[in-house]
Design a protein around this ligand. Structure first.
Ligand SMILES: [Zn+2]
Length: 274
């Protein structure tokens, strides 16, 4: 057993175990000063979350999100990126599969009138949700300005360029909140959950998608999912269920799906019950 003194950033326990040391990677260019720093992943034996070390400071996090665009759009303009993703046929579109799964699980006859996508990126999920829920009012929040601008121009959603905190749209609360590939980037998970709870209508639903812990047994340790400095956590369904159910939500179901690029995504649907 590799016992370490790393403290769990979620529950503050020192009962943690080193899981893996990650080979240094070019992905760290996102934060140049972290380029030669050894990164490791640890399991908390108390709360069961898996966390990365070292943690980024506020300045590094701001730098990273301010500069995210250059890497994410690669050789495309923002609009070319949007067109490519939204023009996949239904068979090959992960967004379509995701939204369709959601619609079936939410019962086809139930239609949310207000939808918030937290970390909406360039708006491709909002675009698909807007096609399926034609009468819903759409909202998005996104910290990287170029993405937020793209989502605002290319979807009918009202989009705010900011981190998700407090109540981003005044007193508006939502019947459906989606949050895809976001939670693993969140520094303060407790605060995030309080804000999420305050933004969700009672009897409304929350859909979460995160990298699944099974990546560790199925992807090489050189994979960017482990080295990307913005990835702070890895989750299991057991941890997430407990996390949400201790804060007024009830898990409806979860599933793990493999993407075309062999990544494992944990999808979990929750209902706000109190
Ligand atoms: Zn812990």
């Amino acid at each position: 057993m590799n016992k370490t003194k790393s403290q769990c950033p979620y529950c503050a326990s020192f009962d943690t175990t080193l899981r893996n040391i990650i080979p240094t990677s070019s992905e760290n260019f996102l934060v140049p000063e972290l380029k030669n720093i050894t990164r490791s992943w640890h399991d908390c034996n108390n709360c069961k979350v898996c966390f990365a070390m070292p943690r980024l400071n506020d300045k590094q996090i701001k730098y990273m999100y301010d500069n995210y665009r250059s890497e994410s759009f690669r050789n495309e303009t923002p609009d070319e990126y949007f067109d490519r993703i939204t023009n996949y046929d239904t068979e090959n579109s992960e967004n379509y599969h995701k939204t369709n799964w959601l619609k079936q699980e939410l019962k086809d006859e139930w239609e949310p009138t207000t939808i918030l996508d937290i970390g909406c990126g360039g708006g491709v999920l909002l675009h698909t949700l807007g096609k399926i829920y034609k009468n819903a009012f759409l909202f998005g929040i996104e910290p990287t300005s170029n993405f937020a601008d793209l989502a605002s121009r290319r979807t009918r959603a009202k989009v705010k360029n900011d981190y998700f905190k407090g109540k981003p749209f005044k007193d508006k609360i939502f019947e459906l909140v989606t949050c895809c590939q976001v939670l693993e980037h969140v520094v303060d998970l407790k605060k995030f959950l309080i804000d999420l709870n305050n933004s969700t209508r009672k009897d409304g639903y929350v859909y979460i998608e995160v990298p699944d812990i099974s990546d560790f047994t199925e992807l090489p340790l050189e994979h960017p999912r482990f080295s990307e400095p913005s990835h702070l956590w890895y989750f299991s369904s057991a941890f997430l269920t407990n996390y949400f159910e201790s804060h007024g939500f009830k898990k409806i179901l979860h599933t793990v799906q493999k993407t075309v690029r062999k990544r494992n995504n944990l999808m979990i649907l929750l209902k706000k019950i109190t």
